[in-house]
Design a protein around this ligand. Sequence first.
Ligand code: MN
Length: 130
Amino acid sequence: MKTTVLVVEDNEQNLFLVTYMLEKSGYEVLEAHDGLEAIEKANLHIPDLVLMDIQLPGMDGLTVAAKLKAMPKVAHTPIVAVTSYAMIGDKERFLRSGCAGYIEKPIDPDTFVSEIEKYIKGQGIADGEA
Ligand code: MN
């Protein structure tokens, strides 16, 4: 079975780019444009990884992350925040919301997939690399 990544992103261009890169690398991609769609799809498909845009319409990404972590079915799925405003203190905020780490926007196509793979293999920054 293919590794499934749930990409939560409200910007169509970013969503297209991320989906393209992941599919090219052999991943199965599920797309969600907001928190409710993310929760619904996570519950149905139980992804191996969630990429969570922080700035979303309605519920923000950290709220969605916390809700996913509270769902027994997906509680063990790593969530990686994708954000353009990672500042001092943000990392702690992300980790508190249940995220395994974060990736900064703009996404670097040269390193993106290898970054993602670390989290799937459980070697993200929450596991002591930071
Ligand atoms: Mn956004």
